[in-house]
Write a protein that binds this ligand. Structure first.
Ligand code: CU
Length: 322
C-alpha cells in the first residue's frame, strides 16, 4: 500500500505538524477561554457563585471531539507508518552490516563500501543487520532510523531526492567507539553512480574518507593480495580502531607493526613477542590470548567474519605498512 509515492513529503514531518497544529489550536482555545472567564466571572462582575448542574450536550461534545481528534492523529500516523515501512517495488536493495564500530554496505553486484553511495531519485531499500551488538542506523537528513539487530534483518527505505552528501551514523550507544560510527550517504547523478558501480571492485573503498585510505592508495602496485587486504581493512571495520599512518587510535597503528617486538599480556603475565604472520593470525582469531600492552582488551575476534584467504590478504597488507 504505497500511496502518494513519490510525491508525499516526509510522513514523519506530516504527522508531527498535524499533531502540533491540533495542539496549538487547543492551547489557544483553552487559554482564550480561561482568560475570558477570569474577567467574565470575576468577583466584581459576578459576586454570587452559582452551582452549575450537568450538561449532557456539553459532555457529549467534549468526549466526541477529542476522540475524533485522537483518531485522526492515529490515522495520519498510521498512514505515514505504512508508507515508511513499504519500499517501492523498484527500490535498489543494499545490505548494511553494523559492527563495532563501522558500517559496511553490500551491493547486489558484490561491491562493498563504507560510504553509502546511491543514485539520485532512485528509492533505496536498506536491509540492515549487526555483526555484534545493537546498533541503530540514522540518516538525519531523511528523518529515518532503524535498529541493527544481531541475528535479524531490519529494513528501511528512502528516496534521495537531492544530490549531496549526508551524515549517516549510529544512534544506539554501542561501546567506546560509538562516535566513530559515522559515515556519509553520497547521492550522485545516475551516470556517475553507474560508472562507479560498473567499476573495479577495489575502487569500492575509494570513496572512503577515513584515515588510512590515502596511505593505501600508494600501495596499489605492491601485489594483489596486499591490495585486497587494504580493502578489507576498510570494509571489515578495522579502521574504527586502527590506522595505517602511524597514529594510534583505539588500537595500535598497523604502520611499522610487522616485525616489531612488543609486550603483550598473556594470562595476566607480560611477555615479549615479535609480530609475525602467526601472531597476526592469532590476534585476528583469538585476540584474547595475547593482548598488546597499553590498549583496552576490546579487539573483536574475527572468527567467522574473515575467511582464511582474507586473513592472508590482511597479513600481506599489514606487512607492507613499513
Ligand atoms: Cu553502533
Amino acid at each position: 500500500m504505497v500511496t502518494g509515492w513519490p510525491n508525499m513529503s516526509n510522513p514523519a514531518d506530516d504527522t508531527f505538524f498535524f499533531i502540533l497544529g491540533i495542539s496549538l489550536t487547543l492551547l489557544a482555545l483553552n487559554t482564550g477561554v480561561m482568560i475570558y472567564f477570569v474577567f467574565r466571572y470575576s468577583r466584581k462582575r459576578h459576586p454570587k457563585a452559582e452551582e452549575v448542574g450537568e450538561n449532557t450536550l456539553l459532555e457529549i461534545i467534549w468526549t466526541v471531539i477529542p476522540t475524533l481528534l485522537v483518531l485522526a492523529m492515529f490515522y495520519v500516523g498510521w498512514k505515514g507508518f505504512v508508507y515508511m515501512r513499504t519500499a517501492p517495488p523498484d527500490a535498489m536493495v543494499i545490505h548494511v552490516t553494523a559492527r563495532q564500530w563501522s558500517w559496511t554496505f553490500d551491493y547486489a553486484n558484490g561491491k562493498e563500501t563504507n560510504v553509502l553511495k546511491v543514485p539520485v531519485r532512485k528509492p533505496i531499500k536498506l536491509l540492515i543487520t549487526s555483526a555484534d551488538v545493537l546498533h541503530s542506523l540514522f540518516i538525519p537528513a531523511y528523518h529515518i532510523k532503524e535498529d541493527a539487530v544481531p541475528g535479524r534483518e531490519t529494513h528501511l527505505w528512502f528516496l534521495p531526492d537531492q544530490l549531496g552528501s549526508y551524515d549517516l551514523f549510529c544512534t544506539e550507544y554501542c561501546g567506546v567507539g560509538h562516535s566513530s560510527m559515522i559515515t556519509k550517504v553520497d547521492v550522485v547523478p545516475q551516470k556517475e553512480f553507474d560508472d562507479w558501480y560498473a567499476g573495479k571492485k577495489e575502487e569500492a573503498a575509494g570513496t572512503e574518507e577515513k584515515p588510512g585510505s590515502k596511505k593505501r592508495a600508494g600501495k596499489h602496485e605492491a601485489g594483489q593480495s596486499a591490495r585486497e587486504g587494504a580493502e578489507l581493512f576498510q570494509t571489515k571495520g578495522c579502521t574504527a580502531c586502527h590506522t595505517a599512518d602511524g597514529t594510534p587510535k583505539i588500537g595500535p597503528t598497523f604502520k611499522g607493526v610487522f616485525g616489531k617486538k612488543e609486550t603483550v599480556i598473556h594470562n595476566g603475565q607480560e611477555r615479549q613477542i615479535t609480530v609475525d604472520e602467526a601472531f597476526i593470525k592469532q590476534t585476528l582469531l583469538h585476540p584474547e590470548i595475547d593482548r598488546v600492552k597499553g590498549f583496552p582488551p576490546i579487539m573483536p575476534s574475527q572468527q567467522g567474519q574473515l575467511t582464511d584467504k582474507e586473513i592472508e590478504e590482511l597479513i600481506e597488507y599489514i606487512k607492507e605498512l613499513k
